[in-house]
Design a protein around this ligand. Sequence first.
Ligand code: TEU
Ligand code: CA
Length: 545
Amino acid sequence: QSPERWWHRATGYQVYPRSFQDSNGDGIGDLPGLTSRLDHLSDLGIGFVWLSPVYASPMADMGYDIADYRAIAPEFGTMEDMDHLIAEARARGIGIVMDLVVNHSSDAHPWFRKARAFRDAPEHDYYIWRDAAPDGGPPDGRRAAFGGPAWTFVPEVGRYYLHLFSPAQPDLNWQNPRLRAEVYDMMTWWLDRGIAGFRMDVISLIGKDVDGGIDEEGPDLHTFLQEMHREALAGRDIVTIGESWSVSLDTALLYCGRDRGELDMVFQFSHIKEGWDEKLGKFRPKPLDIVALKHTLFAWQEALADDGWNSLFLTNHDLPRQVSRYGDDGVYRVRSAKALAMVIHLMKGTPFIYQGEEIGMTNARFDRIDQYRDLETLNHYAEQIEAGVPPQDFIAGANATSRDNSRTPMQWDAGPHAGFTTGAPWIEVNPNFPEINVARDRADPEGVLAFYRDLVALRRDHDVVALGRFEAILPDHPQVVAFLRRHEGTCLAVFVNLGASPAEVEIPQGIQGDGTPLLHTVEARGSLGATERLVPYEGFALLLD
Ligand code: TEU
Ligand code: CA
């Protein structure tokens, strides 16, 4: 095992700044708002914040379209506010991890403005241009993630540019060494401001072979990541997490293997994608398959047991609320939120909490398309309605999986707009805020928040939680997730029923006997018999004698 690093014991917390805390009544969360809520994060005990983009941006994709990598969007604040946030966070032992979005920029970036105006400007080659097909149409049939073709024609230069997301997000040409140097400079500039690392947006796309038709994990990916490491990251005590929708058990160690000199860990999505319909995609989710989920999570634990490091999460700003997707956001909301947290936070890796998860926030449940704000949802709605899908069917799917489910404002208290803003929020607050909010949860020793606080502390204080070897047990049990963690003679046993019905488990002989209860969602258990019965969403963990 590699030497211990600070982020091996830390829990990350993702802030989606637009929806976290508004400070000036314009209905949009901002940096001073986030700074004013840092005590909530230090109360939770988290080690670092992954801050979704706050850079200058037209916000076509809510900031994942950057027009100036060295400026803050006015609606989020100023560079002074940013420095203040970094300093105030550091005073609480919290690092700020910036979102690095460099597969593409905004079409409003000065580079792209020049690139699209002049074919002989140096910046033209910072983007990916191809001539029209013989029929005048796009160079090939690539589709963009947010709908439509992945190529857009620019008459001024007589060519098409590539955009794998929206037309407002032109892909950067990583083949150009000047572009790469600009990116590394910018990263160094941010690191020198005292940030704690980067979460790298869709990083597995940067090595693409455009003419060979390979976008994900292309031939130059690891060459570029190694160069980036040498030029911008090496020698700094930071954390780097690369987002990849394609990374697999077979390729993970290429990114985060100890001797690779690339990244510390990846955000991988196999456990997320297996819940989507193969043909109809994310807007038609399949019912939860607990066994498949377990197998995937366990396989990643095993694949990165001796090298690399796992990131652990069930949700983020692109995904539905985890208690709605994997738990029960009705009668068992509190208990199932704890059960899910227990599974994620007691595996080996660095867990990430997405804002609101720590109080068991639920999906949005909008009735009408005009309540949605996300361009992915809106574009797919238009496409699917045109293809004949009844609007109500689409809304039902979006209620389950739209990115806006996790983007409704943070629910702080039972006051107007849940304490998020004094103005009109940019997206509706979930009407369940009088019941589900931070103030109320903080007052409840049995609440979801208290449970998360315990989980974060366990990782910080117990070597077996942070570093212990993972060992799956009962892998085929239809609803109970069970595993052991072992470290220097200590053994932690974890059992969590992710089903809404009672479950019985046969306890392997070697671990039967007494232990010390560590954590539970229903009641403490101090021993393991030959069989144990778990009520719905019951979970318990004990240190075996
Ligand atoms: O997401 C990567 C990505 O591939 C998503 O578009 C994903 O497919 C989709 O959200 C699933 O619904 C990252 C960011 O996390 C996302 O917010 C951005 O929109 C995207 O990159 C483009 O920058
Ligand atoms: Ca604001």
